[in-house]
Design a protein around this ligand. Structure first.
Ligand code: BGC
Ligand code: NOJ
Length: 818
């Protein structure tokens, strides 16, 4: 069944009942300040780093679920309710939540009192705005009480949930009229505080949780609300909160608007305190930054203006790639939601979602490089800056810290290194950036190694070190050594973990010098040619020749030792035994090496590529997507690691791990099989499963990392929505390989590979300072092949469109055919 619908004109997903099969969330914020926001007003926000600078508290994995948010309680004539449904699960006469691009809107009504909440983070400022409107839809006067409620997090989200012996004694607040300041630890080393304010006078306030809720009450029964009276409590230790009590008198038909702002403010070290306080500093914080911030959003009009700016920002961004096609599900995903998710993954990496707690994970080296692929066309300047940040954490030998912290931009020692696919993703990300922008200048940027300026060298040298790392780290079959693991973090072939609870990712790694990865070889064969071409295009012919030779040698190694008869092998373990072979009992065939090898064109000439993807279809395909491997591992294999730790059908052990499905999709387009390419695309695409939401459970507008595989009890159920490389890769697969509008070094290539039944489509693409309106005609009913192209009425030579760079719109007509 469906729990809502896509409003394509508004670019919103409209949720029509609050009890979705899981909280369906949205992200607020574009840069620096972010909020997670569920369809019932749950979630939390943070400044830049979800672990270190968290403003509000959230209780993961709580009962009931989704505990913590920006709540508004209403009370009228003794009747109290939450207009966002949760946390009181109030009966509502109507309810709707619209998740849009960087904002969410909840509207509801009970007994003639209508409520609307528009929540967003304005561009540039470090705050959330919650604009609340109360409207009296009845024909009698209404005297309503409204209580706001947030719970402050004591900044460090990990410490906040664990170190109670200290935390219960440190909470501090200040109250100034309608402004509540959270200033825990400001007295010592912090120079930042939070402010929670409303633009009208208040009746009362609360800042101490127990006073507001009652010690034995949950969020669903705040005593102050039920009593209709704030306690004016001032938190000292325990749990600081922010609650305003507002009385609203509404004549029939009258509406009133309130602008709530939740902001993050910083002061210079020497200006932390308000100078005018007698006796010096202590106690009264310098409110200058808060005053400035709040002055901007003091009126409903000002909030509306900031909201309109945000909408315009997204209208522009999404104007860079638009799709018009008969298949509305594809068009809305490729044109809107997939790109939106790419922005979110670029911003968050894998840190903060309803499955990632925000305390564990920094920016992943491989993840962030891949996230670029779906983001670079939106804001190339930010992609550029990100590339330089990532590269600065690389080790001098080309290997990489697996993660780095967004706040310090330093490699994360706790997570370590040794994932031998990591270096290659830097080449992949930089190549995508250069193809998009033509900016070869980035290669000359001086970038530190391991954040050490003394070791700085050009970005080009970083790429060379990445390339060379793979060349110089090969095993007995000439295939790349896997190290700690490759893209599949759970193939821990050198780990041999016996200790319960030990992290497979970080435990001691006994480098065998034997365990090899066919996937890394395929990634090398796919992305290596980009490196060689970058060398050629920048006059480094000798280096290009060296690279091409190394690629040929690698493909040779795959041909000789990476083919199993009907598909590509996956790896060799530390004993030199095959993984992903017909010789294995379980894990006979894996998806990743097959998808990537065909993407790289290995086996194209001798039928092995077709055979490999046919085997993938025969052995791994399901109704809901392609599973990672078969047969699922039934027992723990010490020589394989985490992959065999999962129950069959989940995660890397034969789950539908969506990230790698688009590799097969792209592989199918390399083979020219448009029907099958589209089938694999659509199976994991959430919009096609909107009416199956009871089983899928996750948001119909975003990809999930995993859908339970055919061996799992709940085959078809998705988990880990939002933060997944699936976003970037599916966008690459649909935009560049199915619709076939693909940036290449020399220009914009047009190379569609679509279902034969698709009669055509239109894409507009912003590319290197010009706009291309591309109309593809497939009345011939082919799957692949471009017969001819006209550019502004004139025939185009070949399939690559010129780089105009003239800020104009150009008309491209593409006729497909044999
Ligand atoms: C998950 C992987 C993930 C890894 C690193 C594992 O538990 O199965 O998907 O990449 O952790 O966080
Ligand atoms: C999720 C991780 O973020 C990603 O880096 C990894 O490639 C996949 N899991 C597969 O293990």
């Amino acid at each position: 069944m469906q729990y809502g619908f896509f409003d394509d004109n508004a670019r919103e997903y409209v949720i029509t009942r609050p009890d979705t099969p899981y909280p369906w969330i949205n992200y607020l914020g574009s840069e620096d300040f972010y909020g997670l926001f569920s369809n019932t007003s749950g979630g939390y926000c943070f400044y830049r780093d979800a672990r270190m600078l968290r403003l509000t508290r959230y209780r993961y994995n709580n009962v009931p679920t989704d505990a913590g948010g920006r709540y508004f309680y209403l009370r009228e004539g003794g009747d109290a309710w939450t207009p966002s449904w949760m946390p009181m699960k109030s009966a509502l006469d109507r309810y709707e939540c619209r998740h849009g691009m960087g904002y969410s809107r909840i509207s509801s009504a009970r007994n003639g009192l209508a409520f609307s909440q528009v929540s967003f983070v304005p561009l540039r400022d470090t705050c959330e705005i919650h604009k609340i409107t109360l409207a009296n839809e009845s024909n009698v006067e209404k005297y309503a009480d409204m209580f706001s409620f947030i719970e402050f997090c004591l900044w460090n989200a990990n410490d906040d949930m664990t170190n109670f012996q200290r935390n219960f004694s440190i909470g501090e607040v200040e109250i100034d009229g309608s402004r509540i300041y959270h200033k825990t630890e400001y007295r010592e080393r912090r120079n930042h505080y939070a402010v929670w304010a409303v633009n009208v006078p208040i009746e009362g306030f609360d800042t101490d949780r127990q006073s507001f809720l009652g010690l034995y009450n949950g969020f669903d029964h705040p005593q102050a609300v039920f009593d209709g009276e704030a306690r004016n409590s001032v938190a000292s230790g325990w749990a600081p909160i922010g609650s305003h009590h507002i009385k609203a008198h509404l004549a029939p038909g009258e509406a009133k608007t309130f602008v709530f702002v939740l902001g993050y403010c910083e002061n210079p070290e020497d200006q932390k305190w308000e100078r005018s306080v007698p006796g010096g500093n202590h106690g009264v914080i310098n409110k200058k930054p808060a005053n400035e911030l709040l002055a901007k959003y003091g009126t409903s009009d000002a909030a509306d203006k900031a909201f309109a700016e945000l909408k315009e920002y997204w209208r522009n961004l999404l104007g860079r790639f638009t799709v018009d096609a008969e298949d509305k599900k594809m068009a809305r995903m490729a044109g809107v939601w997939n790109q939106y998710q790419c922005m979110v993954t670029f911003n968050m990496s894998r840190s903060a979602s309803y499955f990632e707690s925000g305390i564990g994970r920094g920016m992943g080296f491989r993840d962030s490089n891949q996230d670029l692929l779906g983001f670079v066309h939106l804001v190339p300047e930010r992609a550029r800056a990100r590339i330089l940040d990532i590269a600065a954490t690389q080790f001098p030998d080309g290997s990489a810290y697996h993660q780095y912290q967004p706040l310090t931009k330093r490699g994360n020692n706790e997570i370590g290194s040794g994932f031998n696919d990591d270096p290659l993703w830097l080449i992949c990300g930089v190549a995508a950036y250069i193809k998009e922008t033509g900016d070869y200048g980035i290669l000359n940027e001086k970038v530190p190694f391991d954040n050490n300026e003394a070791l700085a060298d050009t970005l080009f040298i970083h790429l060379k070190r990445s390339f060379d790392y793979t060349v110089t780290h090969t095993g007995p079959h000439g295939l790349p050594l896997i190290g700690r693991a490759d893209w599949n973090d759970c193939l821990n072939l050198n780990c041999f973990s016996k200790t319960p609870g030990e992290s497979f990712q970080t435990t001691a790694n006994f480098e065998s010098g034997v365990a090899e990865s066919v996937l890394i070889a395929a990634i090398f064969a796919f992305t290596g040619p980009d490196y060689a071409e970058i060398c050629r295009r920048t006059g480094r012919d000798n280096e290009a020749m060296y690279a091409e030779k190394a690629i040929v040698a690698m493909i040779e190694a795959v041909n000789n030792h990476g083919w199993d008869g009907d598909w590509f092998l996956r790896a060799y373990d530390a004993h030199g035994k095959k993984i992903g072979s017909r010789e294995c009992d379980d894990g006979k065939i894996f998806i990743e090496s097959n998808g990537f090898a065909v993407m790289a064109g290995i086996g194209l000439n001798d039928g092995r590529a077709q055979k490999a993807l046919d085997s993938v279809k025969d052995q791994l395909d399901t109704k809901y997507g392609i599973v990672l491997l078969q047969p699922a591992y039934k027992d723990y294999h010490i020589e394989l690691g985490e992959v065999s730790s999962y129950p069959p059908g989940y995660k890397e052990n034969a789950g539908i791990f969506c990230h790698n499905n688009p590799w097969v999709t792209i592989g199918e387009t390399v083979l020219g099989r448009g029907n099958r390419a589209f089938e694999t695309y659509a199976k994991i695409c959430p919009a096609y499963r909107e009416d199956d939401s009871d089983l899928r459970r996750m948001e119909p507008y975003v990809y999930a990392q995993m859908v339970a595989g055919k061996d799992a009890v709940n085959h078809g159920e998705a988990k880990n929505s939002w933060l997944t490389g699936t976003a970037a890769w599916t966008f690459v697969s649909i935009s560049q390989y199915i619709l076939g509008v693909r940036p290449v070094f020399e220009g914009l290539m047009i190379d569609p590979c679509i279902p034969s039944s698709m009669k055509g489509f239109t894409v507009t693409r912003h590319f290197r300072n010009a706009d291309y309106q591309i109309t593809v005609d497939n009345s011939a009913g082919v799957e692949k092949g471009v017969k001819h192209i006209t550019v502004d009425g004139n025939p185009n030579k070949g399939t690559v469109l010129p780089v105009f760079g003239d800020h104009r719109l150009h008309n491209i007509v593409v006729t497909m055919g044999k």
